[in-house]
Write a protein that binds this ligand. Structure first.
Ligand SMILES: [Zn+2]
Length: 386
């Protein structure tokens, strides 16, 4: 996972806590809840959270306890006072392995599914923090239960902003192993440049479903090529981002509105169009600086256009794995790049010798391999991938 997130240019987390290292904090939290009348030990030995005792239950998912109870069946064997009460501490069965047994004042057991998040978040981020993320499927009951636990214990707002991301869909169907349309980041990176994948993800709003298809990836590649092409001929002026410039203001406004990356990226295209018309070095600087905020357009435009793999300088330095995944290395192959340069040199010699048939054949051969040659007025020949 670390290698794959690094490949996409995602910064590593500051903390990666393990639930098993926070059992004492979980037990403290449960004890607090019990003391406040929000938790009780049931006849079956489990310690449960009493949802009706917490006034705000259902506020995140926008449901009342009655709505939520409809459809729930009361299982008389659980010892729960309410079918929506959830387990904070699960009593161990004799048969369970020793490594999932911890002592507690309620008996030997293991933590429930929800308490670990409240305990770890509180230990590392405090009783109140700004942003909590997670998949849309976790909103209920998991995040609702986190709120009940944390706010019940600490009497303050747990999280200021909840960010729930949509699911990945493949050709408009849910991605799942059983449907056979399941693949990994590594599979995708064999076919597509990591920055193209990142761009594709950011072009959708994080709350909406992300529809994966090769058509969309190809389209993302074309779009990113347009941005890099605008930067190919115009060098930035080297100054810092001007935040008061109109494009920068619109970009900030879009990002301040619940991370509206599709709108922010639309601003980048406006900038690219302006650069194509005006060849403005100031606007080139603005484009690179704004795109850099969302981790895009930080490579030499020629490298991107020629298909040189993304180099994740700085990010990769923190890990032991190389900056480019092996799959990507074989995709573009530095040897292959050298061969292109050699053929270009051969073609220039052929042209000088007025052997235009050979020059044309080299161009046609390269085109067949997806490489487009561009003869510049200066006499230089540049190339890019189709
Ligand atoms: Zn959680």
């Amino acid at each position: 996972m670390d290698e794959d997130t690094r490949a996409l240019g995602i910064l590593p987390p500051t903390h990666s806590p393990r639930a098993t290292e926070y059992v004492p904090q979980m037990l403290d939290l449960i004890a607090k809840l019990e003391k406040k009348g929000l938790a009780y030990k049931a006849a079956d030995g489990d310690v449960n959270y009493s949802v009706h005792a917490f006034k705000g239950y259902g506020k995140l998912s926008g449901k009342s306890l009655d709505d939520l109870r409809a459809g729930e069946r009361v299982d008389v064997n659980t010892g729960k006072r309410d079918p929506l009460d959830f387990v904070l501490w699960k009593a161990s069965k004799e048969s369970e392995p020793e490594e999932v047994k911890w002592p507690s004042k309620w008996g030997i057991g293991r933590p429930g599914w929800h308490i670990e998040c409240s305990a770890m978040a509180c230990a590392l981020l405090g009783e109140q923090f700004d942003i909590h993320g997670g998949g849309a499927d976790l909103q209920f009951p998991h995040h609702e239960n986190e709120i009940a636990q944390s706010e019940g214990a600490h009497d303050k707002t747990f999280v200021n902003y909840w960010m729930h991301n949509g699911f990945v869909r493949v050709d408009n169907e849910k991605m799942s192993k059983s449907l056979g349309n399941f693949f990994t980041i590594r599979d995708v990176l064999k076919k597509y440049d990591a920055e193209v994948v990142r761009f594709f993800i950011l072009r959708a709003h994080y709350r909406s479903p992300l529809n994966y298809s090769d058509v969309h990836l190809d389209d993302a590649k074309q779009a990113l090529t347009r941005l890099y092409t605008a930067l190919k001929e115009v060098a930035p002026d080297g100054k810092a981002l001007d935040k008061s410039e109109p494009h920068a203001a619109r970009f900030a406004e879009a990002m301040d509105d619940d991370f509206n990356t599709p709108l922010a990226i639309a601003v980048l295209f406006d900038l690219a169009n302006e650069i194509n018309k005006t060849k403005s070095a100031e606007l080139a600087r603005q484009l690179i600086a704004l795109a850099g905020i969302i981790g895009l357009l930080q490579r030499d435009p020629r490298d991107f256009l020629q298909g040189v793999p993304v180099s994740l300088t700085g990010v990769a330095a923190q890990g032991e794995v190389g900056s480019v995944s092996p799959s990507m290395r074989s995709l573009t192959g530095v040897e292959a790049l050298g061969a292109v340069e050699e053929l270009i040199a051969e073609r220039i010699i052929a042209k000088k010798a007025k052997n235009f048939a050979l020059a044309d054949r080299i161009r046609a051969d390269l085109l067949q391999q997806g490489i487009i040659l561009e003869d510049k007025p200066s006499g230089r020949t540049e190339w890019r991938r189709a």
